[in-house]
Design a protein. Sequence first.
Length: 320
Amino acid sequence: MTRSYLQQIIAHFYALNAANIDKKALLWLKIEFLDYYGSAVCAAKNAKGKALAELLVTQGATGVSTVFALNKTADAAHAAGANACAIAASKEKKDIMDGNPELYVWPGIMAAYEQKPCANAKVLQAALFGYEVYLRMCPLAEQAARQQGLYGPSMMGALAAAASAGFIMELTSEQMENALGIAGALLPMCPYTSVLEEVDMKDLYDGWAAQLGVLAAEAARSGLTGPQKILDGVKSLRSFLSVEQMEENVPLGQPYAITRPKLMAKDVQEEELKYRFFQQTGMAMEKTMQNKVYSMIDVMAMEDNFSALLSMMHVLRNEG
């Protein structure tokens, strides 16, 4: 039986050994994490973002996942949504195709990680998986989104959040297929007018996508099934998406989408990372703190220090 497009992506990442992730992909994962890390620090000082996060948290249940902007905890799905909302409120949107994938991938990972910590290698695999899903899915929605006046990135973000969070949750490949099917069946319509009018609720687009993705992963873990041919089956998203653009003939990992020039315009070098992070934080930290943070992130690749990085985020939250 021929595998669906999503099944091919799932099969690749479930067979991947983290030690075989190429250096360029690792570099880009580090860059993206720095972007998220610095943005989260800024979001903790953004009044509008904190208000949105508070709104989502009050709708959720108690849990162990941190809502960074509020220094509170909540259930994983609402924590992921609240973190994405808070950061979205403090960031500028990218173009309609690429969006801000870190708003879906990292909140999902962190919410799931705090429930069940794992090795850094697994965190990196989960992130790479999430970015690959997102960056392969967004082109499918681009044309339809433009024609229908919708914001494509937030529509497809739930798939990335489901993939990355579900990987940390250790879903089986069958459960992962269900998680992506559930997320795909519930994709939100996101009218672009909210972005054009610059109204506050536009940031809920990103929060809902992150929350939906984690919810889909949790639902699949509990045994809920989802459509297996959500992209190309009968009466599926095929009538809405540009399925002819599916990259089934583009081998996974050759290269990974996160490293492709057409998706990431600037070939950032290792030495630029430190500047990128401290520019994002917008804070004048003491030199000793700067060096300590960067040295921790610099060895992130295969070291089991992700918990330490999360702890440092709380330190930075109260700096400046």
